[in-house]
Design a protein around this ligand. Structure first.
Ligand SMILES: Cc1ncc(COP(=O)(O)O)c(C=O)c1O
Length: 400
């Protein structure tokens, strides 16, 4: 009998590329100046944070941008600034991550979860059925899966639904040529380490609405220094709000902004590099018996910084064996079907703080089969090839 040596992958699935040299130089300059706070600037000087806001608004084709402490805080400020009141109902796709329901709960609103379909995007028919019951809609482009935005806008317009986009996983992505995050009244982005720009923690909010951005700026903790924002409407917009909107202290600082600005310059190039890796992995995975990847709409120009696939028709024991064998060979996969929330793969059944949890039959079935893998840019073509080989070997042994 020939002895087969098990293949082993040894790279770290959480290792991002280092901050680029320009970012490090800018960060050092900020550190040497000691002026880390965004409002610690000279008269008429634009700080790094204000410049980042101008540049990200221009990148997005939006009038205004606000930098925040995180995407979670940006979503919270977006909801509050749009006018969400305690007890209001916010629609949200049930496949998303904990900071999204967290932001909704933080605003005092109630959540109405919407089913997903087999390609992991929101169920537009279920959305349509629930649309007349709510005024607000938080659409999370979870793991970068963008639904048919033309239909989303039709449903929103027909039902006076205010759309807020969670673009934590779609920075740099487009639907039919239009940037993700520019469809809704407001778009929210993350710059946390595992996202498309990395400042450790951080968030960005974009909108064209002068009242919304004025409120968000004051909520974010501008004290009476909102004049130092340069991505803002005229000062009149703040006059009636300045004593009516509280300070929630969700600011970004100049150090993070300094690290992010040079990353924005190369964002589109990096998105292309993610997609090369994604397509290689997808092409390999779809050929493996028992594994299915979602079919993606040609209008969806996604950013493949992670990949999801389903183990169709496999029971829990088999899926757990599959995951643990992959892990033993160094391929770290997450699973959305866990009964208990593990790591980042929370499922909606763990948001018990909302009280009642609906039984979303399709979402449960889809999550029960769904695996998730990060694709850091530190992985090269040979790494992706080895990952496919390992998953294939394991699938042949384990999957039914
Ligand atoms: C889908 C989704 N939305 C929002 C967030 C919140 O981002 P942040 O960590 O910047 O608050 C995350 C974080 O991972 C996320 O995965």
């Amino acid at each position: 009998m020939p002895i087969t040596v098990k293949k082993q992958f040894s790279k770290d699935f959480t290792l991002q590329e280092p901050i680029n040299d320009q970012g490090i130089e800018k960060a050092l300059a900020i550190l040497k100046s000691g002026k880390l706070h965004r409002y610690n600037v000279e008269q008429n000087e634009k700080g790094e944070t204000a410049l980042l806001e101008e540049e990200f608004a221009a990148y997005m084709g939006k009038k205004y941008c606000l930098s925040c402490a995180s995407c979670g805080s940006a979503m919270y400020l977006a909801l509050k600034s749009a006018g969400v009141k305690p007890g209001d109902k916010v629609l949200c796709n049930a496949y998303t991550l904990a900071p999204v329901p967290g932001a909704i709960e933080n605003s005092g609103a109630d959540i109405e979860l919407v089913e997903i379909i087999d390609d992991y995007t929101i169920d537009l028919d279920d959305l349509e059925a629930k649309a007349s019951e709510a005024k607000w809609f938080m659409l999370s482009h979870m793991r970068g899966h963008i639904t048919n935005m033309d239909r989303i806008m039709e449903v929103c317009n027909a039902n006076d639904l205010v759309l807020i986009e969670d673009c934590a996983h779609t920075m740099g992505a487009t639907w039919d040529g239009k940037k993700s995050g520019s469809f809704g009244k407001v778009g929210c982005f993350s710059t946390q380490t595992y996202k498309h720009m990395n400042s450790g923690e951080g968030g960005l909010l974009v909108t064209d609405d002068p009242d919304l951005i004025a409120r968000a700026i004051i909520y974010s903790g501008s004290y009476m220094l909102y004049k130092r924002h340069t991505s803002r409407p005229d000062m009149d917009a703040f006059e009636t709000l300045k004593t009516m909107v509280p300070n929630y202290s969700c600011r970004m600082d100049n150090l993070r902004a300094a690290i992010l600005r040079p990353q924005l310059e190369v964002l589109d190039v990096r998105c292309g590099r993610w997609n090369q890796r994604y397509r290689q992995l997808e092409q390999g995975l779809i050929k493996i018996r028992g594994i299915s990847c979602p079919k993606r709409d040609p209008r969806e120009n996604y950013v493949g910084s992670s990949i999801q696939f389903s183990l169709i028709g496999q029971d829990e024991v088999t899926i757990k064996q599959f995951l643990s064998r992959c892990m033993n060979q160094g391929v770290e996969l997450k699973w959305f079907g866990n009964k208990e929330p593990v790591g980042f793969t929370s499922s909606y059944s763990s948001w018990k703080y909302f009280g009642r949890l609906p039984n979303l039959v399709n979402t449960r079935r889809i999550l029960a089969a769904m695996c998730d893998m990060r694709i850091p840019l530190t992985f090269n073509e040979a790494d992706c090839k080895l990952i496919i080989e390992i998953i294939k070997d394991v699938a042949q042994i384990v999957l039914k």
